[in-house]
Ligand binder design. Structure first.
Ligand SMILES: Nc1ncnc2c1ncn2[C@@H]1O[C@H](COP(=O)(O)OP(=O)(O)O)[C@@H](O)[C@H]1O
Ligand SMILES: [Mg+2]
Ligand SMILES: [Zn+2]
Length: 593
């Protein structure tokens, strides 16, 4: 097990978590350690490792200082026992299995006694959020008057479940996910000492699928090594962990953009035959279209998981469709993801989304349609196949190519009245909906249209929430950035500035917004919504939790997703039946039934 074997022994072995390490080291140097710490963050990013390293640095008598860091000797009995988890003065307690009040009382009693040697007695309580309320209350009593020799380290993946009263008495560290580059770097070190060779592309794939967890990366690496031995290549990584190659996603996206549904479907089929997880596939498609949009608006190096070579290939796709079309394709996939994860036969959903995005002449924003349909009483999830939208009798179609031009299918997402107008110039309704952007037009016409039509006027309330709603309608990519704002103040008059507070962890988003391409779009969106130009000020907010806006947006998004789900479940299910001659079932969760 590489993760175990390569557990960091010293602060200098820790990858990332720089500010945590610095603060802890300085506290020891200045003899100003706290009595209780909370280490919060996702799994496998160094919480337990740092708790042990910190304990060793507090207890080892031969600590030395080098390059600003502290090093324990790793030879004395303290160091050896702490590393093995068997020290009587450094207790590691699993909060999940010792979550009752009795366990905490036991800790309190024990804490009263001095350490058997040395200065500190340290309690590391893992998964501390699992403690019962009574247990937390008992713990609070100890934290109110802790014996001087005691240090508590509470590790948790869910800090929001810890009572404020406890948090208030601790110094808190939010551990960050490890970046792809950091994970790759560390894996290279590990592989070098294991004398195993690996292609860069292979390491990149592993780092990406570890989603920020160093432990996950190392256990995937384990798995790959046992699969392919002393030489690792990208293909082996894919085969051993069922990863999807970027080439495959590229082929899929390219065919969709080229409106070649048949080819796109066959790529999807190929992926399906390989046994890939369709949800992961959808996510990668979404990520790629996002990158494509970024490139289209002029961001040179978008913040993505794709490497330079892949970005090159993605950028080759940028002239196929207009920006707005790509944004809508992005939305359709994004909304479809939720539906796909609930579907009993996800492949059918994926196929229909592919068909829609590659062939529909009119891609209509689904919530817009849902609004109209529910106004017209057309949207009823519980409607049987014979109710709902009036439509021509559905004849089962075997041949996909003829199926997709079938006007019946057009209704899956398209607004009914628009169906008849696909040959001619865009219907006036379409122009209205998109504020002058003609989606029904032939391809050359589309590419001549400028990205944000200045004629767009926001009909949403002039609030922050309204602004985000507006962005969701017209600039979904901007809206995604806006979602992470935790504090704001909106301009009331011309000349006021729009102030946006980001959490430090969302720094990348804040920076994205400052890039020219984003900024220009943003300026236009502000003007369209508030009715005047307004300077933007970005600052870092100390507000760490979920803001009101996030909550509101989440609720709105859920509503929207719900609508999307309704419309897709209702219509796609029906169309899928006629298209494939099979029964599709959408599973609703208990709550929705
Ligand atoms: N920041 C890190 N730097 C180096 N290795 C790490 C880091 N985080 C995790 N690891 C690797 O993952 C393993 C588990 O880490 P651990 O500290 O137990 O994570 P956590 O307690 O956050 O779940 C370690 O043994 C080590 O191999
Ligand atoms: Mg841990
Ligand atoms: Zn030591």
């Amino acid at each position: 097990m590489l993760a175990r074997k390569y557990r960091p022994k010293q602060f200098s072995d820790i990858v990332g978590q720089l500010s945590v390490v610095k603060t802890l080291v300085n506290a020891i140097k200045l003899n100003r350690t706290h009595q209780a710490y909370v280490f919060s963050g996702s799994r496998g990013i160094g919480k337990t490792s740092i708790a042990r390293i910190f304990s060793k640095a507090l207890r080892c008598e031969n600590v030395i200082e080098k390059n600003g860091l502290l090093y324990s000797c790793d030879q004395c009995s303290d160091c050896i026992e702490i590393a093995a988890g068997s020290s009587v003065n450094v207790m590691e307690i699993d909060g999940a299995s010792n979550n009752g009040v009795d366990s905490v009382r036991e800790i309190r009693e024990g804490a009263k006694f001095l350490p058997s040697s040395g200065k500190y007695k340290i309690y590391i309580i893992d998964e501390v959020h699992m403690l019962s309320t009574a247990a937390f209350n008992a713990l609070l009593k100890t934290l109110e008057e802790p014996p001087e020799h005691v240090v508590f380290i509470f590790a948790t993946t869910e800090s929001h479940k810890i009572p404020e009263t406890i948090l208030g008495r601790c110094q808190r560290f939010d551990f960050k996910r490890v970046t792809v580059a950091q994970i790759t770097e560390r894996m290279k070190e590990v592989l070098q000492s294991e004398k195993i060779q690996a292609e860069d592309a292979a390491l990149n794939l592993i780092s990406r699928s570890a989603e920020g967890s160093m432990r996950d990366a190392l256990s995937i690496l384990d798995q790959v090594i046992s699969f392919s031995g002393m030489k690792i290549n990208a293909q082996a990584v894919r085969e051993s962990i069922g990863l999807i190659g970027t080439e495959l996603i590229l082929a899929l996206v390219k065919n969709i953009l080229l409106r070649d549904a048949k080819a796109a479907l066959s790529v999807a089929q190929q992926a399906f035959n390989q046994g890939v997880d369709l949800k992961v596939l959808m996510k990668m498609v979404i990520e790629m279209i996002h990158a494509l949009i970024m490139i289209q608006v002029g961001v040179e190096k978008p913040e993505t998981h794709f490497n330079d070579d892949e970005l090159m290939q993605i950028s080759n796709l940028k002239d196929i469709r207009a920006l707005e079309e790509n944004e809508l394709i992005f939305q359709v996939f994004h909304h479809g993801l939720d539906l796909l994860s609930r579907a009993a036969q996800p492949k059918l959903i994926l196929d229909l989304i592919i068909v829609k995005t590659s062939l529909a002449e009119e891609i209509i924003r689904a919530d817009k349609v849902a609004d109209e349909m529910s106004e017209e009483g057309m949207l009823d999830v519980h409607a049987g196949p014979d109710r709902g939208a009036p439509r021509p009798p559905a004849t089962p179609v075997k041949n996909l190519t003829s199926a997709v031009v079938d006007p019946v299918l057009e209704k899956v997402i398209a607004k009914p009245e628009l169906v008849q107008t696909t040959e001619a110039a865009p219907a006036p309704q379409a122009r209205e909906i998109f504020g002058g952007l003609a989606f029904g037009a032939k391809k050359q016409e589309i590419t001549e249209i400028t990205p944000v039509a200045p004629t767009i006027k926001s009909a949403r309330p002039k609030t922050w929430e309204g602004f985000i709603e507006f962005c969701f309608e017209h600039k979904p990519v901007l809206a995604v950035v806006m979602e992470s704002v935790v504090e704001w103040s909106i301009p009331l008059n011309a000349g006021d500035s729009l102030k946006l507070g980001f959490r430090e962890k969302d720094q990348a988003k804040a920076e994205q917004l400052q890039q020219k391409a984003y900024r220009d779009q943003f300026t236009q969106a502000i003007e369209a919504h508030f009715g005047f130009k307004s300077p933007v000020e970005i600052f870092f907010s100390k507000n760490a939790g979920e803001s009101m806006a996030e909550k509101t947006i989440r609720a709105q998004k859920e509503q929207r997703d719900e609508k999307m789900k309704n419309i897709l479940s209702n219509h796609i299910v029906q169309e899928a039946r006629s298209l494939f001659g099979v029964e599709v079932q959408i599973e609703l969760s208990e709550k929705e039934k």
